[in-house]
Design a protein. Structure first.
Length: 198
């Protein structure tokens, strides 16, 4: 079964919120939280029902990721580490949330270098699927962002966009995904897009 990894070496891009909401639609068999800040695990303690696994052991992580009988979902932290690189190298689909802020987007240049290094390690051309996250509802054009992404070897932009929404933090404070309405529909569509690419 595939490994889906949510990763970006910059913190604060919404990886944990995206993960929480995607998990609801993807229904993975095994969930791993590699963030040293335990974002997903902490949100789950607020009332969530997820069975989340954590480790700092590279051997244990590899054994989890190589279980071919399970759909595995990995939420990484906003930093570069050996564990994150192992997860990237074992992934069948890499999702990289980024915000509208230029500082978020320019950090993708650094993450592209990480992707290049991991690609060399595993002798495979890995590609991160970049998701514009927390986008202002009035924004329609992404030409500047597409120009940036177009110059990166290991990244492509997903057609999906996740808009800003007060519903996301409200649900997260209960350890939950948004389960109805427009935002839930966006995540359902994103999950279908990911499944098509697996």
């Amino acid at each position: 079964m595939p490994v889906i990894c949510v990763a970006n070496s910059k913190g604060g891009t919404g990886k944990t919120t995206v993960s929480l909401n995607l998990i609801h639609h993807l229904e993975p068999d095994f969930i791993i939280d590699l963030d040293i800040h335990k974002g997903l695990s902490d949100l789950n303690r607020l009332g969530g029902q997820l069975d989340i696994h954590r480790t700092r052991d590279t051997g244990q992580l590899l054994s989890w990721l190589q279980n071919e009988e399970k759909l595995i979902f990995v939420d990484t932290g906003g930093f570069d580490s050996t564990l994150n690189r192992i997860a990237l190298g074992q992934s069948d689909f890499i999702l990289t949330p980024t915000g509208e802020d230029p500082s978020d987007q320019l950090r993708l240049l650094d993450f592209d270098e990480t992707m290049a290094a991991v690609s060399d390690e595993v002798n495979e051309n890995l590609v991160a699927h970049v998701l514009l996250n927390r986008v202002h509802h009035s924004r329609r054009s992404f030409d500047d962002f597409d120009e940036l992404i177009g110059g990166l070897k290991h990244m492509v932009r997903l057609p999906n966009v996740i808009p800003q929404s007060a519903a996301l933090p409200k649900a997260a404070f209960n350890g939950s995904a948004v389960k109805s309405g427009t935002i839930a529909a966006h995540f359902s569509k994103l999950a279908k897009e990911i499944k098509k690419k697996l």
